[in-house]
Design a protein around this ligand. Structure first.
Ligand code: GDP
Ligand code: MG
Length: 146
């Protein structure tokens, strides 16, 4: 019917979103949730947890040779983060657009990083960057999700 076509014209996909420890510590979980819900994305899983070093290193394996890897693992395991699985049409791309550029100084005002962060490491949120990473990351964080 016309109503459901107006809501969405593409198949739903899932992405992993993290409100990183800096975002949790600063009380920005609600802000991130309101922005993605307002956009029309749907929450399918949510858990506050502190990552083990092993999970952090697996999650960021693609960056293991980068000079900032040790700092990044320290940061991401340094306090509780909010792990979310979010679903909707073109969700991976949609959430990356809400998040803004990796470097918060370059991120456009109006994006989460552009509005709330200044340092490249402490940039509030993570969002999977492709269908392949989304599948891998959702499974890493929520292995029991159907
Ligand atoms: P993202 O996909 O936009 O999150 O960016 P990347 O996959 O390139 O990097 C992963 C995360 O590593 C970023 O979100 C930052 O938290 C951190 N990061 C990226 N580049 C740097 C850097 O040059 N220095 C530091 N300390 N952290 C970085
Ligand atoms: Mg990335």
């Amino acid at each position: 019917d016309v109503g459901s076509r107006l809501v969405s014209t593409s198949a739903p996909e899932r992405t992993l979103v993290l409100v990183k420890p800096d975002g949790v510590a600063r009380g920005l979980v609600g802000e991130v949730l309101s922005r993605l819900e307002a956009k029309g994305l749907r929450l399918v899983a949510a858990e506050l947890r502190t990552l083990t070093r092993e999970t952090a290193e697996t999650h960021y394996a693609e960056h293991s040779e980068r000079p900032f890897f040790a700092d990044l693992v320290e940061f991401i395991t340094g306090g509780p983060l909010m792990a979310l699985v979010v679903e909707g049409p073109r969700t991976i791309e949609a959430f990356r657009a809400l998040a803004g550029a990796t470097d918060p100084v370059k991120a456009a005002p109006g994006t989460i990083r552009g509005d709330f962060a200044l340092e490249v490491q402490n940039n509030i949120v993570h969002g999977s960057d492709s269908p392949e990473s989304a599948a891998r990351e959702v499974k890493l964080f929520f292995p029991d999700l159907g």
